[in-house]
Design a protein around this ligand. Structure first.
Ligand code: HEC
Ligand code: HEC
Length: 314
């Protein structure tokens, strides 16, 4: 009867969960496939083991065996002996005292673990990233190509949307930023020494670069050697005094330049405003003086070299 009752309870919980929620607290976590080649800093035990996890942190380096085996082992031993100890009046009090201090200690450690994580930006962003990857991998697995024979792990390894931010954090965030962070949502400690690349090549980004108030800020050329370079001087000297008509021309130039990048989110606008963009191209070459210094649409001589393998040394 007892077994039946347990079974019925479990079944009830499962069905209730199935019917009433998809991602409720009762559901087992369904994360992205574990990838041993990547660090995973969002790993945490379930809440009822958090105290042990926190306890382990008190024993750094070689002393870990005390926190992992010896002390918990001794505590377990005493708990096993409790029925015998409890036969004496004093022993009974000892048992009660020990029990309540263990519970209080576990409670305190659980709270500490929770509070520490709450203020740990690295953990928070890793947990968020893990959540995002879990969602993404489900989309990829459900796509027509499904799970490749190389295994579910490669779904995310070969996914640009997943790898891009990670590569940015590794290779670019030392100097650049993406919307103020390292691409994967984490803050960067090193000072920013190059532009913020969120929306790079979009009309908005180029509009900022060609804005006299913005070009020499940290999010554009402010922290680079171009801070007071030719371009910054041109923008500040010439564009500051633009008439409304020239400003309108600049808007067209920006749209034309941005259209070169064929950015997906801008494709509709680029098609809609094809005529304006064509005007922009002409303005860029003629009235707006960009080609005084830049080239526009000229073949890259280096790229058409007859010996494509030749390494450029200069
Ligand atoms: C060592 C610092 C450093 C690293 C690392 C770096 N960049 Fe840059 N990047 C710069 C600087 C400085 C400029 C400004 C132009 C220049 O000085 O040549 C720049 C310019 C750019 C530009 C042109 C836009 C602009 O602001 O002028 C793009 C796009 C760009 N970088 C992308 C990347 C990407 C993508 C990565 C990572 C794969 C990367 N950069 C890594 C320093 C860096
Ligand atoms: C006086 C010469 C000059 C003129 C005129 C000029 N630029 Fe520049 N531009 C530069 C130089 C030089 C750079 C490289 C940064 C530096 O050293 O200032 C640059 C950089 C840029 C960049 C950044 C490229 C990158 O890799 O991030 C863009 C975009 C740009 N210019 C667009 C324009 C547009 C659009 C116009 C016309 C409205 C224009 N420029 C007019 C000299 C000029």
């Amino acid at each position: 009867m007892a077994c039946l009752a347990v079974l019925a309870t479990v079944l009830f919980l499962i069905l209730r969960h199935r019917i009433f929620s998809h991602t409720g607290p009762l559901g087992a976590e369904f994360g992205a496939p574990a990838d041993p080649s990547e660090p995973y800093s969002a790993a945490r035990p379930d809440w009822y083991f958090l105290f042990l996890f926190q306890f382990l942190k008190l024993f750094p380096g070689g002393t870990e065996v005390w926190g992992a085996f010896i002390i918990p082992g001794l505590v377990m031993l005493v708990i096993f002996l409790m029925p015998f100890i409890g036969q004496w009046r004093l022993g009974h009090r000892f048992n009660l005292g020990l029990l309540f201090s263990l519970l209080a200690g576990a409670g305190l450690l659980t709270y500490m673990a929770w509070a520490e994580d709450r203020h740990n930006e690295n953990y928070q962003s890793a947990a968020k990233a893990a959540e995002g990857e879990a969602k993404r991998v489900r989309v990829l697995a459900a796509s027509p190509s499904g799970i490749p024979t190389s295994g579910a792990v490669t779904l995310l390894r070969n996914d640009p949307l997943t790898q891009g931010p990670k590569l940015f954090a590794q290779k670019c965030a030392g100097c650049h930023r993406f919307d103020g962070h390292d691409g994967s949502g984490r803050p960067v400690k090193d000072p920013q020494s190059a532009s913020d690349l969120k929306g790079f090549a979009s009309r908005e980004w180029l509009g900022g670069l060609l804005d006299p108030d913005k070009i020499s800020t940290t999010n554009y050329f402010g922290a680079t050697s171009h801070r007071d370079g030719k371009m910054a001087r041109f923008v500040k000297k010439n564009i500051t005094g633009y008439s409304p008509e020239q400003k309108e021309n600049l808007r067209k130039v920006i749209a034309a330049l941005s259209a070169e990048a064929q950015l997906k989110p801008q494709l509709a606008a680029d098609q809609r405003e094809a005529a304006m963009i064509e005007q922009g191209r002409t303005l860029l070459r003629e009235e707006m003086k960009c080609t005084d210094c830049h080239e526009f649409g000229k073949k890259d001589e280096d790229a058409t070299r007859s010996e494509p393998y030749r390494v450029r040394l200069a």
